[in-house]
Design a protein around this ligand. Structure first.
Ligand SMILES: [Cu+2]
Length: 458
């Protein structure tokens, strides 16, 4: 263990576990479901916290992966085998404060919970199908025996509603993998989760932070909650099942090294761009890439069915965007959004629009939606409105410790497939970790801007 990493771990320990403690707490809240198969289509109730199952313990060569907004899948060890219990089921997923989708996932989460294991582990995945139709699980990129490959009719019989299938294999690889249904429409209903294999021998240079993000696109008509899986155009874009600004920022200590693992399963390829830093692509869906292949870049195209690991030294303090750069993926369908809320115009100088905006604010439980000013003659300018549609902040509705200290109305800049890498000086990093431990929901911005009456244009 090098001294930088030891210092980092020591710092985390002083904080009462910091990053790692909050993970294991989260794990215990997602205790393994052990109830027998039940009526298909009935969502699993969250199991109350009880005797904790084992959460993933990395070898001393790696850092646990944090998949923001998605839990880890816990396991039990039986005769040296790590036993996981995975349940396919319908899931209600709130992707934004005012938008909930009815999708399919695993163990109450969409995307499904993250599986983390070590290279060399023997794993058993007890799989129950609580969907109203047959399904299977494919282990994407894993070198497993053919009867474990999860292709219905070819490598196994489909698992019927209420049925169970036991997957078991030895993990001889390392890297970023994922599991998904092998039905195309089920994939588009959200049936995917990450499968991280930590290496036996350390990747060098070591990282202090390791994150995982799954990219997904959804076609959901206004006033609807169920995705149209046959559609070819996607109007809601998510990182780990949530859209910005509801995505939880990635917190990174200034001066440390970070890895972000990005997996894509959908109908579009996504160029993911990081602000303020160059990174290297250090791994693919096939595992670690040799260092001789690394080159500096700041945008990585993550194609469908691919995984890309990127690594960078967190040199520059700030709140840096990480987002898909396809312009329509840096937003959600705002016309649908406005239609959902029955807002007819973004001209905030109109009394009707003002009352509609206020109604929207109340519907998501906040006092006021902040929005950008528009010119008095905006409606006379051909093309208006463009981004005025979007510049409605909802800081309060998405408040969480990870967003503490951001400038007022920060959430107006965050849409679609987007999150933030917050590179924080050590004292600020420690302060936010403390807020997380205390479960503080949010804290106001450092220097709030003065309030303005709605529609004044100030
Ligand atoms: Cu994209």
């Amino acid at each position: 263990m090098n001294s930088e990493r030891r210092k980092f771990l020591h710092g985390a320990a002083l904080l009462g576990g910091g990053l790692f403690a909050s993970r294991s707490m989260a794990d215990t809240q997602h205790e393994q479901h052990t109830q027998p198969a039940k009526k298909p289509g009935t969502p699993t109730k969250p199991t109350p916290p009880g005797k904790p199952l084992e959460s993933f313990q990395p070898t001393d060569v790696s850092t646990p992966v944090l998949t923001p907004d998605v839990p880890n899948l816990p396991f039990k060890v039986e005769n040296g085998v790590k036993v996981f219990h995975l349940i396919a089921e319908p899931v209600k997923r709130q992707l934004l404060p005012f938008k909930t989708m009815e999708v399919w996932g695993y163990n109450g989460s969409c995307p499904g919970p993250t599986i983390q294991a070590n290279q060399g582990d023997r794993v058993r995945i007890v799989f129950d199908n609580h969907l109203p139709e047959s399904t299977t699980i494919h282990w994407h990129g894993l070198e497993v025996p053919i009867d474990m490959d999860g292709v219905p009719y070819v490598s196994q019989k489909p698992v019927p509603p209420g049925g169970r299938y036991i997957y078991e294999f030895t993990l001889h690889q390392e890297g970023t993998y994922f599991y998904h249904s092998h039905g195309a429409m089920q994939e588009m209903m959200g049936m995917i989760g990450m499968f991280i294999l930590h290496p036996k021998r350390a990747y060098l240079p070591r990282v202090d932070h390791d994150f995982g993000i799954i990219l997904q696109g959804w076609a959901i008509l206004p006033n609807n909650s169920v995705p149209n899986t046959a559609n070819m155009e996607f109007n809601w874009l998510t990182f780990n099942g949530v859209s910005a600004p509801a995505t939880t920022p990635l917190l990174v200590r200034l001066g440390s090294r970070a890895r972000i693992r990005i997996v894509n399963l959908g109908m579009d390829h996504h160029p993911i761009h990081l602000h303020g830093h160059q990174f290297f692509i250090t791994g693919t869906e096939g595992g670690r890439a040799p260092e001789s292949t690394w080159y500096p870049t700041n945008t990585v195209l993550v194609g469908v069915a691919q995984a890309r690991d990127i690594e960078f030294d967190a040199k520059y303090p700030g709140d840096w965007m990480l987002h898909c750069h396809l312009p329509h993926h840096m937003m959600n369908s705002m016309s649908d959004l406005l239609s959902d809320r029955m807002i007819t115009t973004a001209a905030t100088n109109e009394p009707q629009a003002r009352s509609q905006l206020q109604a929207m604010a109340e519907s998501i439980g906040v006092a006021h939606l902040h929005h950008a000013p528009i010119a008095a003659n905006a409606s006379d300018v051909p093309g208006f409105p463009q981004d005025a549609f979007m510049e409605m902040g909802m800081d309060e509705a998405v408040a969480k410790p990870e967003a503490y200290g951001l400038p007022e109305n920060w959430s107006a800049a965050m849409m679609g497939m987007m999150t933030m890498v917050r590179i924080l000086p050590p004292e600020k990093y420690d302060e936010i970790m403390a807020l997380k431990r205390e479960g503080v929901k949010g804290k106001p911005a450092d220097s709030p801007a003065p309030q303005h009456p709605h529609g004044s244009g100030k």
